[in-house]
Design a protein around this ligand. Sequence first.
Ligand code: PMP
Length: 358
Amino acid sequence: MSTYNFSAGPAVMPKPVIAQIQAELPSFQGSEMSIMEISHRSQLFDQVINEAEADLRDLMQIPDNYRVLFFQGGGTLQFTAAPLNLATKHHHIGLLDSGHWASRAAEEARRVNTQVDILGTAAPTHFTTLPRLNKPVDQTLDYVHITTNNTIEGTAYTALPETGQVPLVADMSSNFLGQVYNVNDFGMIFAGAQKNLGPAGLTIVIVRDDLIGHAKQLPSMLDYQLFADKRSMFNTPPVFAIYAAGLVLKWLKAQGGLNVIEQRNRVKANLLYDFLDQSTLFNCQVKPADRSLMNVPFVTGNPDLDAQVIAGATKHGLLNLKGHRLVGGMRASLYNAMPLAGVQALVDYLAAFEADHA
Ligand code: PMP
């Protein structure tokens, strides 16, 4: 029996990457040391981090006037770092309230004395739709924060909100590299690695260079300009996580790049959504136009039956389908490394479950 991991994160990684890590672990590039043992100041690691950055730039077509920074601290630290670095003129940002992670971002920005205006909220639909701007964006805001993919609620932006001259800051944690975005549309993008990029412990920041360097006296570990100047090696970076992410980036290139990946992700997601939409037992409550390619929440409407679905799935090798505690039900995360066969196995299982419970 094959097993498939539908976890929302840390999440499935490409099997060839895991195999390569295993093969290279005892001796990285003939050094007789594992990647976990080499110095971040060594030539060996220099090559790892430089290639990771170059491959990411290539995949996302990141323009030269954007800096790529490697942080620790997860997406959560960027909820603090983004306002500290970018909200330096007015200490005032806008935010689209698309769910849990957007609220967390607002909360952390307020903790560092940034005024946060909610420019639209999806609360009235219980976050089954994306929020839209409720009026034109005040052009004196330092930036507007959006969550491109809402991991818990299962919504995602394809068309972006129109913010005029105000930069868009995107928490792309859960659909980074999963669909194509134009980096030029953003002032900054950040993403924790542990969904689509690699192991936890690494966070990518992509930021337009004119937006940084304006903050005074930031803690060093939160200072984008310092990280840019020190090529993300102000202190010891997460060496293993950067190495593993680098292998995933090479795997993505070998698959044909992000256009190919997005197409595949559409096929995978549609297979599941189409099943759910015709099902008389299962239901995905997210409005079709706002649905995520990465995270698919669904319910039967009966928590006891949901628990049976999840337990039965586990027996069939379909792992980690329990929905987030805030919304209950089931959630299937279909990140880049989830093969179509995994989604087909899930649909087959759900169809059989439905037939048994008709
Ligand atoms: N933003 C989004 C969209 C997320 O899904 C998550 C984690 N699930 C976070 C932020 C927080 O990430 P971390 O745990 O890496 O701090």
